[in-house]
Write a protein that binds this ligand. Structure first.
Ligand code: PCG
Length: 137
C-alpha cells in the first residue's frame, strides 16, 4: 500500500543519520569507531509498538538494545518516574552492557517506532571497543 511505501522510505532515508545521532549521544557508545557504528546501523531492524505498551520490564532478562525513532517513552523504576525519552535516543543498553536484568521499566507514551539490535549482534560489536577490552584487564 501507499502507506507502507511511505513508511519504508522514511525509515531508509533517516535510518543512518538517526542511529548515528543516538549512538553519539550515549555515554557508552559515543567512543565507537566509525566501522562499528556502520555495523550497528546494518544490524538494526525496524519495529513499532502502540501507545501504552511495555517495551522493557524491570527485572526481566534483556536481549535487545533500542534506538527510538518516533514518539515518546517513559522510564520508571519501582513505580517511580525517572524520565521521558524522545527520538534519537538509545535505551535498553544497560542490561546488555552489564549483563544484568533490566534496571527500569520503559513504557510507550505514544505510538512509537524503534530500531532494535539483539544482544548477540550488539555484544559482538561492543567487544571490539577499547572500553570493554580495557575493563577486562
Ligand atoms: P536497561 O537495559 O536496564 O533497561 C531499562 C533502560 O532504561 C535502561 O537499560 C536505560 O537504557 C534506560 N534508562 C533511561 N534513563 C534511565 C535511568 O535514569 N535509570 C535507569 N536505570 N535506566 C534508564
Amino acid at each position: 500500500s501507499q502507506l507502507t511505501d511511505v513508511t519504508l522510505k522514511s525509515y531508509g532515508k533517516n535510518k543512518d543519520e538517526l542511529i548515528q545521532r543516538a549512538l553519539m549521544d550515549n555515554d557508552f557508545m559515543k567512543h565507537l569507531e566509525h566501522g562499528q557504528i556502520l555495523t550497528i546501523m546494518d544490524c538494526m531492524h525496524p519495529t513499532s509498538l502502540t501507545k501504552g505498551c511495555c517495551v522493557i520490564q524491570e527485572g526481566d532478562d534483556g536481549s535487545t538494545v533500542y534506538v527510538l525513532e518516533e514518539g515518546m517513552v517513559e522510564v520508571t523504576k519501582q513505580g517511580k518516574k525517572l524520565c521521558t525519552i524522545g527520538p534519537a535516543k538509545v535505551f535498553g543498553e544497560l542490561a546488555i552492557l552489564y549483563n544484568c536484568t533490566r534496571t527500569a521499566t520503559v513504557t510507550a507514551l505514544t505510538d512509537i517506532k524503534l530500531w532494535a539490535i539483539d544482544r548477540q549482534g550488539f555484544q559482538t560489536i561492543m567487544m571490539r571497543t577499547g572500553l570493554i577490552k580495557h575493563s577486562q584487564y
